[in-house]
Design a protein around this ligand. Structure first.
Ligand code: TRP
Length: 333
């Protein structure tokens, strides 16, 4: 292998990807493909920590792959695979479960959060979710993991587990680093703009799904919550301005213009004009992606072939790490 660094990331095929996922993450991953070896997985095994409808999970997993590709991540240049196609993830997760403390897992905010939201199903998988995620990352001797801020605690525990294992057995795992998206792409809910835009929001008007029809996207932006002041101005940290701040960052993010420049265009104009322009700019950004997505979804074989090829590469790369781990802990190999 050459000296390019390894990037590993993944998304759970639960719910639809949002404009926030696109502007804050996926769009920036497109630029990584020249400088790094990038491996992206559809994290179906993580997804079942919360009950799923099987047919829907299957459909969403392939949709997620089609979306990645439609966003410009080239399947020839990057490895895409479905997590459950590589059994090494479950195997390493078992071993690392034995090197992770209950106390560490109990402190995870996502666990506390999800167990309060799914109080009827606080399963062991939800609890050990971070160990599976650590295994995902460590199997590929990953250098960088591009994730959102909310996932940094998972990267920390992954590093802790890896360092603990290495300190007992020598240098088995590369210690990975989180890679935060560039600032300015924090896209908030359209209905409660002090909250992050989330694909699992119960109110679909709060987020723009990458699979929403163009007229739905426009409608959601036009009905975004704002304020009664009527001034298009960016005021960092002012919660009463959170709605307008969010629309301004969305506009700035899709047009590539500075927030203040955008705001200046609307001096003396009302929210109606502003929202109509934001809606149009977002629709024009999403239209070609959606068209490419629709084209790809018709060709299931193309998508499943990519998964098969990706799984093979994933198994080959991760097999080396897993064999080392098995040997170190004393399994007969
Ligand atoms: N936990 C991540 C999320 O919800 C998804 C994920 C699972 C992941 N395994 C990963 C992300 C490994 C990066 C690397 O967003």
């Amino acid at each position: 292998m050459d000296d390019k660094k390894i990037i590993f990331s993944g998304i759970q095929p639960s719910g639809n990807l949002t404009l926030g996922n696109y502007l804050g993450a996926i769009r920036q991953w497109v630029n990584l493909q020249n400088d790094y070896h990038c491996i992206y997985a559809m994290m179906d095994m993580h997804t079942i920590t919360v009950r799923q409808t099987p047919a829907e999970l299957r459909r969403r997993t392939l949709e997620l792959l089609a979306l990645y590709i439609a966003c410009g991540i080239d399947p020839e240049e990057n490895i895409f695979f479905i997590q459950s196609h590589n059994s090494a993830h479950a195997e390493l997760a078992w071993v690392l479960n034995c090197y992770t403390y209950m106390g560490e897992l109990q402190r995870m905010t996502q666990f506390k959060d999800k167990s309060s939201r799914h109080a009827e199903n606080i399963n062991a998988g939800l609890f050990t979710y971070p160990v599976l995620m650590a295994s995902d990352i460590l199997l590929y001797q990953t250098d960088y993991v591009p994730v959102g801020k909310d996932q940094m605690q998972h990267i920390e525990i992954c590093r802790d587990i890896a360092q603990r294992f290495n300190s007992i057995y020598g240098d088995v795992f590369k210690i990975p680093e989180g890679m935060l998206p560039k600032v300015g792409a924090n896209i908030m809910s359209l209905q409660e703009p002090t909250k992050k835009m989330s694909k699992s929001d119960p109110n679909p008007k709060a987020y723009i799904s990458m699979l929403d029809d163009m007229n739905v996207i426009a409608k959601k932006i036009k009905s975004a919550v704002t304020d009664s002041e009527g001034v298009v101005e960016y005021r960092e940290g002012d919660d009463t301005k959170a709605g307008i701040n969010n629309l301004l960052s969305i506009m700035s993010s899709v047009t590539g213009r500075a927030i203040d420049d955008v705001a200046n265009d609307y001096a003396g104009k009302g929210y109606g004009d502003f929202k109509a322009d934001v809606a149009e700019a977002v629709v024009e950004t999403m239209r070609p992606i959606r068209a490419e997505f629709d084209r790809l979804m018709v060709d299931k074989k193309y998508l499943t072939d990519i998964c098969a090829k990706g799984a093979e590469s994933a198994r080959r790369i991760s097999g080396r790490t897993l064999a080392k781990v098995y040997k170190k802990v004393g399994f007969v190999i």
